[in-house]
Design a protein around this ligand. Sequence first.
Ligand SMILES: C[S@@+](CC[C@H](N)C(=O)[O-])C[C@H]1O[C@@H](n2cnc3c(N)ncnc32)[C@H](O)[C@@H]1O
Length: 396
Amino acid sequence: MASTFEPSNLLSLVEDIKQAALQEQGPNPSAQSHFRLLGLIDELRLAVETPTETVLRLIYQPPQNAALRTVMDLGIFPLLMESGKCGLSAVELASKTGAERGLIVRLMRVMTALGLCASNESEIYVANEKTLILTQPIGRDGIPCIYDLTLPTLAKLPDYFREHHYLAPKEYSKSPMQWAVGQSQFEWLAQHKHRQALFNSYMSSRRHGKPSWFDIYPIERLTTDARDHSEAVFLVDVGGNQGHDLVKFHDKHPDVPGQLILQDLPKVVARSPGEGIQGMGYSFLDPQPVKGARTYYFRAIFHDWPDHICRKILVNTVSAMDPEYSRIIISDFVLPDTHVPLLQASLDIQMMSIGSGVERSERQWREMLDEAGLEVRGIWSGNPGMESVVEAVRRG
Ligand SMILES: C[S@@+](CC[C@H](N)C(=O)[O-])C[C@H]1O[C@@H](n2cnc3c(N)ncnc32)[C@H](O)[C@@H]1O
């Protein structure tokens, strides 16, 4: 089976991978070199695969997700972790989970082929270095949460577009999810308590091990000249879920002057957010009640919403900002004009589906902020796996 690449190109790609791998294993591996290595590996796979193999790989992605979701339901990965090096047989897994042995075998073929556990003996499954993460919040809660939240809509997305003349949705209340299942994301989550709990857990865990916004943004821009009196507010995390980002911020910068305030929908924010942090139920569709804070911080908020709602959220914030003092800090993806990483491009489709949201390019961010009366002061970018940080001030 011939691949589409010249052998010489293939070998030079392999050489590039070797160099990138040496850097990854060297004394100073960086996030950039890590993503470059992953990008080269993707290129190599595409180079080696025949076009037919590429199509088949894509066609058979949905059953992989469904099998994984089922294995999560059965609680198989925690059982494999507990069983250590000996692992568990299909018969043992069947007796522990109540599923038919034959079904276990069929599901676990997919799991081992995906590399999520090992099976070197017939019908014996052993945890490997990927299994642990599937038992931790990001995998344990993120996989069922995002599957249940998105799949029913994604399955119908082509029908939605056929019926809507291939126009990108522009209203949260008329999102593809609203059309497909009768609710958009936040109403659906509010009505499905267990899924909301999984969502909150996934939100707080999904950036584990990655730098925070204050690791890539020069925080002195906010701490220098920050007001220091009992009423002063240093940071409002707007839509901060249950406070995971603020807790990290407080741990790293315990001595910043002024209060730290967590805002989210009343049902989400109810739990005590953590020491030194004040929780406040608030909808960002209403005017911001905390006036003149140093920082209004929004992480992964605007990608949930179409432009006109984002403008409303921004205008609600601008009305509370002190033009001489306050800044908006946005942490979201800023899409490059070409070579958008697959994760970011895929997330854009997901956000569009569940609430008519958008992942935006630098031009889109600048236009939207400008229309809300804000001026961009800088954009700091980490690596392709994480959001950029945009700083803006009230114009005039
Ligand atoms: C994608 S999550 C991001 C959470 C957090 N900022 C993060 O980056 O992990 C979006 C958050 O917006 C909150 N949210 C949705 N609608 C809201 C509203 N009208 N007012 C305030 N928060 C809202 C949700 O409850 C959720 O916590």
